[in-house]
Design a protein around this ligand. Structure first.
Ligand SMILES: NC(=O)c1ccc[n+]([C@@H]2O[C@H](COP(=O)([O-])OP(=O)(O)OC[C@H]3O[C@@H](n4cnc5c(N)ncnc54)[C@H](OP(=O)(O)O)[C@@H]3O)[C@@H](O)[C@H]2O)c1
Length: 377
């Protein structure tokens, strides 16, 4: 896209020649009061040849943003940002939150082959990187994917982070794929939030039989997304109706708490059945005990639990978000084929970011919270 005979790119952005940009940042961990709007956040720079700068049109929020605002995972994420521990405590500030982005490529590093300036893209942003509540974000090219053509940016920003969490849990850890799901019985504990609503649709597209738990008022909504069987967890101990059902090949746990006490008994024993939980104490351990002891505690916990359940013939696993452009490419195809639709619960403007966080904190999600950014300045 170079204008012939010149080195000027035909791409206009609001502050192309400046070194600052508008963003919501935090300068310390805390409650909603720590969110601060600034027009002077540092403009992202390409440090590695495989990186791209994306102009953000819409950002998605996740429960992780709310907990990161409060300092959850600070120790581990600081280590990931600064493995040699060269920088001082607090060097992550000002920190930009926001884990989903849909937007347009503004600049590519020299080794980037798959994208060009002005391509429309979407991505899930790893928690150790600066987020999408800003005019621009820098990402590695292999974390980014071309956005589905059938979605607006606002709709697209509802998918990547929950999709990559569900993909990591169900595909990488759970071993599911579009070719081996037919007739498998899957149970999703907590079906009505971001991860649940995405997972139901992907598993139904792959031919699985999907049972979900949710509160009663979400039943019709989840049936509309394709859920075959819905169990209301507010009507009494949910393990009772669930244990009356045929046993499951895989359980995805989005709820945690006491679910581990009973959920593994719902799996088919000695058949490779897996329980994958997304609610893990990994970041809590490292926050509480420090990196070394926290990691040891984490390894000991997961190994003990895996062994305890293995002797009963079922597999216990932790699911962890993993960014992947190629996996997002596969999700894009499913979206453009009409198999997966975005579930946007509420959309906020860029000036309403604190309200968006407040809403997230109330819980009871019915899909995703998205912030529209592009049209705000
Ligand atoms: N390990 C990782 O890398 C990773 C990555 C992403 C997310 N996560 C975790 O995965 C979980 C799900 O994420 P999300 O984005 O889908 O969260 P979300 O959008 O906030 O949804 C959570 C849903 O669970 C429902 N719920 C609450 N208690 C329940 C119960 N006892 N039984 C059934 N449903 C219940 C809530 O609705 P009601 O309260 O109305 O029922 C809500 O719809 C969160 O705990 C999140 O922290 C982990």
């Amino acid at each position: 896209d170079l204008i012939p005979g010149s080195r000027t790119r035909r791409f206009s952005v609001s502050s192309r020649c400046t070194t600052v940009m508008p963003a919501w940042v935090i300068d310390t961990y805390g409650n909603n009061d720590v969110l601060r709007f600034t027009k002077n956040a540092s403009f992202p720079v390409i440090n590695y040849p495989n990186e791209v700068i994306v102009k953000v049109f819409a950002a998605g929020l996740n429960p992780l943003d709310v907990s990161m605002r409060g300092g959850h995972g600070a120790a581990t994420l600081s280590m990931k940002r600064d493995p040699l521990n060269i920088k001082q405590t607090g060097s992550e500030f000002p920190l930009v939150l926001g884990r989903d982005v849909s937007g347009v490529i503004m600049e590519c590093g020299l080794d980037v082959k798959y994208f060009r300036e002005r391509d429309e893209v979407w991505a899930a942003i790893p928690p150790w990187k600066q987020g999408s509540l800003a005019e621009f974000v820098v990402l590695s090219g292999n974390e980014v994917s071309h956005k589905p053509k059938s979605l607006s940016h606002t709709e697209a920003a509802a998918i990547p982070f929950v999709a990559m969490t569900a993909w990591s849990a169900l595909v990488n850890t759970g071993g599911l794929s579009k070719d081996n799901c037919a007739k498998k019985r899957i149970l999703i504990l907590g079906g009505s939030g971001g991860v649940g609503t995405f997972s139901i649709q992907m598993l139904k597209a792959w031919g699985a039989h999907v049972t979900v738990t949710c509160s009663q008022n979400a039943e019709q909504f989840l049936r509309g997304l394709g859920a075959d069987h819905v169990v209301d967890y507010t009507a009494g101990p949910v393990e009772e109706p669930l244990s009356a059902l045929e046993k499951f090949d895989l359980i995805l746990d989005n709820v945690g708490g006491d679910t581990e006490r009973w959920a593994l008994n719902l799996l088919k024993p000695w058949s490779g059945a897996k329980y994958v939980t997304l609610v893990t104490p990994f970041l809590q351990n490292t926050d509480r005990l420090g990196i070394a002891d926290g990691m040891m505690q984490t390894a000991a916990t997961v190994a003990t639990k895996a062994l305890k359940h293995l002797v009963k013939g079922v597999h216990y696993r932790w699911g962890l978000f993993a960014p992947s452009g190629p996996a997002l490419d596969e999700v894009r195809e499913m979206v453009d084929a009409g198999q997966i639709r975005p579930v946007v619960e509420e959309t906020f403007s860029f000036s309403q970011v604190p309200q968006a966080f407040e809403k997230m904190e109330k819980g009871h999600a019915r899909g995703k919270t998205v912030v529209q950014i592009k049209d705000q300045y």
